[in-house]
Design a binder for this molecule. Structure first.
Ligand SMILES: CNC(=O)NC(=N)Nc1ccccc1
Length: 323
């Protein structure tokens, strides 16, 4: 079982290499592509990685975009994490702006996938020869994460846009791997809120083959992990197992998402790692093939939440999972 964490939005965060050295972290989601092309300046997506970039952005056809062009520390450090055996995904969405998480048609969802693959996937001269951007140079992500938290489709749960985006990425993965035998695997992950059906990702999880689903079991008092600890009822991991089994990839791994530090979620949702033990025991035992591990929001908070034994919160969580 694995520990997945987010990096890119931590207050005063150290460079990524700090976390490449943390053996407890198996998957790192780099956040975020926070404005999608249909509403992005110059028709390109926009990115935000906190303090990690120098602010310069690409110009597309004379129009200044919001796509960051110089994040040299992340460019240098992702290969360090990958060489350490970690998977590094690029995360779409995040905490905001709400106005950024809009895809207006299936065609633009497909075009968005093609852009992400060209810009952040394997280097392809068909892309670079057109002068199209490689924000992280030759770095090749191991997958894309869907942290979709906003959108006008609330209430319909039927927005097919994210399923189209995920399916096009999956199709690009398959084509690349069949043309490049022996190439590495590429992955899809999603970070729904714990209320079922998730307002933005329910349709995508049902109709596209995600490999990892890490549920944000925080910031919602009806289904939070804190409810399990306080024996209040409502924690709905069992229901989420059924969502996964009914989805496009029933072999997907389901993770319990937790705040890595008191300040990283709304009040009342942080739980101490010692209280995670019985929850992991129960659900790892009940669902040995679907339980995948723990997701943490987020890396810098975990580092700031080091216990007297010298372990970060993530280190302690990893020990809970493997012991
Ligand atoms: C996986 N995505 C998140 O965990 N997002 C997240 N925690 N957003 C957020 C919500 C409220 C306060 C701070 C961050």
């Amino acid at each position: 079982t694995q520990v997945s964490t987010y990096y890119g939005q931590g207050a005063y965060q150290p460079r990524l290499s700090t976390f490449c050295a943390e053996s407890s972290l198996d998957i790192i989601n780099i956040g975020f592509v926070n404005v999608f092309p249909d509403v992005g300046k110059g028709g390109w997506p926009e990115t935000n990685f906190g303090n990690q970039c120098d602010g310069s952005v690409y110009v597309n056809d004379g129009v200044t975009t919001g796509l960051l062009a110089n994040c040299h520390q992340i460019v240098e450090d992702i290969p360090i994490c990958q060489d350490a055996g970690k998977k590094v995904f690029l995360s779409l969405g995040g905490a905001g702006p709400a106005s950024g998480q809009v895809i207006t048609s299936d065609d633009s969802a497909i075009a968005f996938a093609d852009f992400l693959w060209g810009a952040f996937g394997p280097v392809d001269s068909a892309w670079t020869s057109q002068g199209l951007p490689r924000p992280f140079d030759d770095v090749v992500f191991d997958g894309f994460d869907f942290d979709i938290e906003w959108g006008t489709d609330i209430g319909t749960y039927t927005s097919p846009r994210y399923a189209s985006l995920a399916n096009q990425l999956h199709s690009l993965y398959e084509t690349y791997r069949s043309n490049n035998p022996g190439s590495k695997q590429f992955y899809l992950s999603a970070a729904p809120q714990c209320a079922i059906p998730d307002a933005h990702l329910a349709n995508a999880i049902k109709n596209a083959p995600f490999d990892y689903i890490w549920v944000q079991f925080y910031n919602d008092q009806n289904c939070a992990a804190a409810n399990y600890v306080e024996k209040l009822g409502g924690f709905n991991f069992d229901d989420w197992v059924n969502v996964v089994l009914a989805g496009s990839n029933p072999d997907a791994k389901l993770f319990i998402g937790l705040p890595a530090e008191e300040s990283e979620a709304n009040a009342g949702f942080y739980i101490d790692y010692t209280d995670v033990v019985p929850m992991v025991d129960e659900y790892m035992t009940k669902y040995p093939s679907t339980f995948g591990g723990i997701m943490l929001w987020e890396a810098t908070g975990s580092l700031n939440n080091t216990s007297p034994n010298g372990n970060t919160y993530a280190d302690n969580i990893k020990e809970v999972l493997v012991n």
